[in-house]
Design a protein around this ligand. Structure first.
Ligand code: NAP
Length: 313
């Protein structure tokens, strides 16, 4: 099937690109992924998305994005792309046995949680990166959250609704999280902190029973009993699909210039797959809009003027 524009990935960037390009009559196809909606689908309260003064749940916000895009004719399929070929024109995108071609592509595959390594063996058996998904299993139990950013504070705060105690283990003695999120965690009587420490090992046959903490200043290790281990140490871009096809930086984020243009003319990128600096739903949505406008100009053939370098007099 041939399309003028295919958007790979959903989330705020992909759905906003779909909304704008559908309204521009580009009849976009969104290949949204098996787990459509992106990271907001595993978030609870979103209190900083403008337009929702009382806050909104992440999944509900994404449902609204999706509805708004389909209202204007965006077609969405909830499957993973299996391969792409950006060396051919039109571009080729495979979804299992189905082959799609497109004149322009927007990449908005987002980012995913990072892991430490030693805990992977017990993923799903006490180890998780999603409190929203798994907190319920830790009713009345003790859990550890690793990380010092907003995600760690959010996960820890959410976990206190179920767990009897939450210990945040952070590798430094200063949190990276925003003031408001720090305050929420620090003032919660069910949360305590272990500073300057990392998880050296996880102990347990078929479920988490203990973790070995290593103090990074003294080198001393200590074994602590726990029922669960939540990893909240940041994210990495979902770009393995595009390896060898598109230019990325050393961390794998897609490189863009002049707005959302990648190194392949006709391929654009937006959201967390590009942005390791702001990584907010609202900034991703803004970039999705930019990518749609860039793709529209490219498809109309006006991109050359738009991309002329600035003349300095
Ligand atoms: P982040 O800000 O990158 O923080 C990651 C944390 O994990 C840092 O404290 C970091 O330590 C630690 N860390 C990284 N690698 C580690 C490792 N291998 N071992 C141990 N610790 C490690 O990531 P994030 O918390 O996921 O937040 C990402 C973005 O989403 C941010 O822009 C944040 O503001 C946003 N966010 C917003 C909300 C909200 O507003 N509701 C909620 C969640 C996330 P160092 O500090 O030492 O580097």
């Amino acid at each position: 099937m041939h399309k003028r524009l295919i958007i790979i990935g959903s989330g705020p960037a992909g759905y906003t690109a779909a909304l704008y390009s559908a309204r521009a009559n580009l009849e976009p196809l969104v290949i949204a992924g098996n787990q459509s909606g992106g990271q907001l689908m595993i978030t609870t309260d979103v209190e900083n998305y403008p337009g929702f003064p009382e806050g909104i749940q992440g999944p509900e916000l994404m449902e609204k994005f999706r509805k708004q895009a389909t209202r204007f004719g965006a077609e969405i399929i909830d499957k993973d792309v299996t391969s792409v070929d950006f060396k051919k024109k039109p571009f080729v995108i495979k979804v299992e046995d189905e082959i799609y071609t497109a004149d322009a592509v927007i990449i908005s595959t987002g980012a995913q949680a990072k892991w430490i390594g030693c805990e992977l063996r017990l993923r799903g058996h006490g180890v998780s990166a999603c409190a929203t998904c798994d907190a319920f299993f830790f009713k009345g139990k003790d859990v550890i959250v690793v990380g010092g950013g907003d995600t760690a504070m959010e996960e820890a705060t959410f976990l206190t609704k179920f767990a009897s105690h939450v210990t945040i283990v952070h590798r430094r003695d200063k949190l990276r999280a925003s003031k408001i999120m720090q305050e929420k965690a620090r003032s919660n009587p069910k949360i305590s902190f272990v500073w300057d420490s990392e998880i050296a090992d996880v102990v347990g046959e078929d479920k988490v029973e203990q973790v070995v903490l290593r103090n990074l200043k003294t080198g001393k290790t200590e074994t602590v009993k726990t029922d669960g281990l939540f990893i909240a140490i940041g994210h990495e871009p979902v770009t393995s699909l595009f390896k060898g096809q598109i230019e990325t930086d050393s961390k794998g984020y897609v490189k863009v210039h002049e707005g959302t243009h990648t190194n392949i003319v006709g391929v654009f990128a937006a959201g967390d797959v590009v942005d390791h600096r702001y990584r907010q739903a609202v900034t991703a949505a803004g970039m999705g809009c930019q990518a749609s406008l860039d793709a529209e100009r490219y498809l109309e053939g006006t991109v050359i003027e738009a991309m002329e370098p600035l003349k300095v007099s």
